[in-house]
Ligand binder design. Structure first.
Ligand SMILES: Nc1ncnc2c1ncn2[C@@H]1O[C@H](COP(=O)(O)OP(=O)(O)OP(=O)(O)O)[C@@H](O)[C@H]1O
Ligand SMILES: [Mg+2]
Length: 167
């Protein structure tokens, strides 16, 4: 990650921490605004949904529909205690990166979104995603994280639950 990206992400995190309104984080508007706040100074298209196919992610025309279903599910999980907090977070994170809303920045955005979900809906502290590593670089933590997402694609959630610290 270059310096401009780092500064932009830091400013986005400051915005997230200090924003006045208690806007629902489980909304399309919030998802888009968070991406713009994290990456808007780096990429002109930040805060707008992907319009072209990538190897990861749903067909671009499906993004807003799939996202709506995920946000409804995540709200339901919190209101009905369907899962323990960290399991809800793990499932939310996986579905969000699987949809892959944006051309880039999906991993970082979805990790921060997941922490915002945990905080607002569960009053739970953020996840230690990096676990002492730099998750942006190639290392064992990064490999484990990607492998855990792939396993979750195949409906095996055990590894991603470990990553988020649920077990
Ligand atoms: N097989 C997979 N299934 C689901 N999600 C995946 C898979 N492989 C990668 N990902 C997610 O996609 C992200 C990479 O997408 P993108 O490049 O848009 O995000 P980024 O924030 O720039 O990420 P990074 O710098 O971590 O690669 C990964 O961080 C991970 O969250
Ligand atoms: Mg990337």
């Amino acid at each position: 990650m270059n310096e401009l990206e780092q500064v932009n992400v830091q400013n986005g995190l400051l915005w997230l921490r200090h924003r006045r309104s208690r806007q629902d984080v489980l909304s399309e508007a919030f998802i888009l605004e968070l991406h713009r706040r994290l990456f808007g100074e780096v990429w002109a298209w930040a805060g707008k949904f992907r319009l072209t196919e990538k190897n990861i992610g749903v067909d671009p025309i499906q993004i807003s529909v799939q996202l709506r279903m995920l946000l409804d599910d995540a709200r339901y999980w919190a209101e009905h205690d369907t899962y323990p907090s960290l399991e809800a977070a793990a499932r939310f994170h996986h579905r969000l990166v699987q949809i892959h809303c944006f051309p880039n920045g999906n991993g970082r955005h979805a990790r921060i979104m997941t922490d915002a979900y945990l905080q607002q809906r569960w009053n739970h502290p953020p996840i230690d995603w990096a676990g002492g590593f730099d998750l942006m670089k190639d290392n064992t933590r990064r490999e484990d994280y990607i492998a855990a997402l792939r396993a979750a694609d195949a409906l095996d959630f055990s590894s991603i639950l470990k990553i988020v610290g649920a077990e």
